[in-house]
Structure formats: structure tokens, C-alpha cells
Write a protein that binds this ligand. Sequence first.
Ligand SMILES: Cc1ncc(COP(=O)(O)O)c(C=O)c1O
Length: 378
Amino acid sequence: MNRNLSDIEMSGIRKFFNKVNNVDGAISLTLGEPDFKAPMEIKYGMIKAIEEDKTVYTDNFGILGLRKEISKYLRNKGINYSYEDICITVGGSEALFSSLATLINKGDKVLVPTPAYPAYENIVRILGGEVVNYYLNEDFSLNFIELERVIKESNIKYIILSYPSNPTGTILNEKEYHKLIELIKENNLFVISDEIYESFCYEKYYSLAMDSDVIENIIYIGGFSKMFSITGIRLGFIAAKGKTFNEIGKVHQYNVSCANSIGQYGVLEGLKHGLYNVEKMKNEFLRRKIYVEKRLEDVKIDFISPKGAFYVFPSIKKYNLTSEEFCERLLYEEKVACVPGSAFGKAGEGYIRISYCYSIEELKNAFDRIEKFINKIR
Ligand SMILES: Cc1ncc(COP(=O)(O)O)c(C=O)c1O
């Protein structure tokens, strides 16, 4: 066996989700999966592709039309990648794996935020890299003093950034954007920028890939699972320049050959004619976010208002329970499931993740129960 796997566990998010199935009548706020139907344009594109027998391998990097459409989509956001810089992947997940496998040599140090999406740390470890965590400010913004210290101390080459963030909902703001560009230039850092929640940004969107000076140092990761509510279709992409792109191509080719052909035709239709669906989902998420924030305020749970994605990451520190204990008790006593913050790394302890990929009605039922629970443990 690969010895790197020995201290790697299955995702804590899934573990907790699985517990929910054993509790009759439990309401789950655990999943990071939009609850909307797939846009009809995407379904139409896929049905047509099946009828036309497009069930064979595509080009390794994906169908040309989709690569061009992604390039256009990104350009509209101020991010300049040509279609030749774009590789269609099996979700953001494969994009992350192929990118990190391209970069990491045994023992290479990779800066990973904490709290963060658990795959980052685990992929780095599977590949024999060394995880070096960087901690965030109390409001989940970047702590540049800490970042610079860690970069200098550990002689860091690679950093993972994740905006909008799962689990905190933080986005990159203008000040951080400029400061990060300076940091990248000064330290010749290489960035893996996971932006799969880009389409759910409730304030102005900044991506480091907007800056032409540093774009060569960036691997941009995008995805359609969340954007189009098609998590099972498994499509995402990598955008990168020059040699980086060529090297990623080797890993991607020997790993998956190509992404799912039918899904690619579906997403092509979605990008061409179905972007209004994304806008509709975003508006609904915003409505739910406002609702969830109001309920959290009412019951006096501390939280930082998320600016993107569809999660809120409230603090439970004042209740003197670990995040695991808090979530277990909430599940077994009031039948509501949230994910313990500890599933998102060291700095996740003291928090819980609430997903608002659920209808207002479900959220209302869940929060009535959460309120009862908080009144009990206060
Ligand atoms: C931050 C982040 N990146 C990447 C992924 C992978 O998503 P997918 O492989 O479905 O595109 C997820 C899924 O939850 C995520 O939250």
C-alpha cells in the first residue's frame, strides 16, 4: 500500500452525513449540493448528445466548443485564458488532484488554509507532499503577517487559495487581492486557486487570475457541479498557461483520458443559453442566506456574514462543547444535522458548518429545532 495513506481518513463531511440516515426524521443541513433541478438547457444538450451517439472519448482536453465557451465566460469576468489554456476535468476534484500531482515532489511543502475544504490537505499528503497550514483572522480574512512569516520560515513554493470559501463563505476582497499579488511576486509563489463557487459571489468578485503579471503563476480551478446544480455529472476545468498546462495535460491524460462526453455537450448548452438559471439560483441562495442570518442573530449564535458560496460557519465556542459533541447532541436530541467544524482542519474546531442548499421551509424547521437546542444548552 501507499504509506502516505496510512494516516488519511475518509471525509468528516460524509461521515456525518451518513450518521443522519440512521436518525428517523432528521433534517440535514450537511450537504454542499444545490437542491435545484439541472437546467433544462443542460438536459437538452445531454439528450441530444446521446441521440447523436456522442458516447465516445473526446479530445483529452475536452470538446473544442466547450473550451472556447469557458474561455469566453472567463473573459467576461476579466480573466484572460484562451481555449488552449483550458482542460475539461472530472469535476473540480480531478482538477485539484491533477494540478497538485503536477506540482508536488516528495516532501514539497504546500501552504493550505485552515479551516478549508478537506481534500486539499489530504491530496497533498497522498502525493507525498507536506502540508503547512496558514491560519486566518477571526473574521476568516487573510492574516498577511502570519502568511509572510510561514512563507519565509518554511521556504514555501506552493499555496492553495479557496475563494469563495467552503466552509466559511469568505470571498477575496480588493485589498487582499492587491496584497496577494505583491506576495506572489516577492516570493515567486505558485498558486492553486480553487474558484468553483465563483458563480455564487454576493459581492464584487476578485480572482488573482485577473492580473496579467501573475497569471503564469496560477492554476485556476473551476467547476460546474455547484454552478449548474449538476454534482453527479462530474465536470470542472483547469485553466493554466504554457508549460504548467502541458504538464497538467500529462497527468490528466493518464488519469482519466477525458471527462464525460455527454456532460460536456450539456454544459456547452448551459453556458451558451442557460446562464440565467445560475442567476436565479444565486438570487435564491441570497434570500436563504438572509433568512439563515436572521435566525442565527435571533438565537444569538455568533457568525461572520458569508459573502459567497452557500455555507455559514458559526462559532459555537461559547457553549463549551467540541464541534463534534455539539453536532452529535443537536442530531440526536433535536434531529438536525450540521457538519462539525473539525472536519475542515485544525482551525475548524469551535465552529459548525451549516449549508443553506435547502428550501426556506426546511431551513425554518431546522432553525426552530436549533433554537430549542440552544435555549437548552445556553
Ligand atoms: C471548495 C471545493 N472545491 C472542490 C470541490 C469539488 O467539487 P466537484 O468535484 O463536484 O467539482 C468541492 C466540493 O464540495 C468544494 O467544496
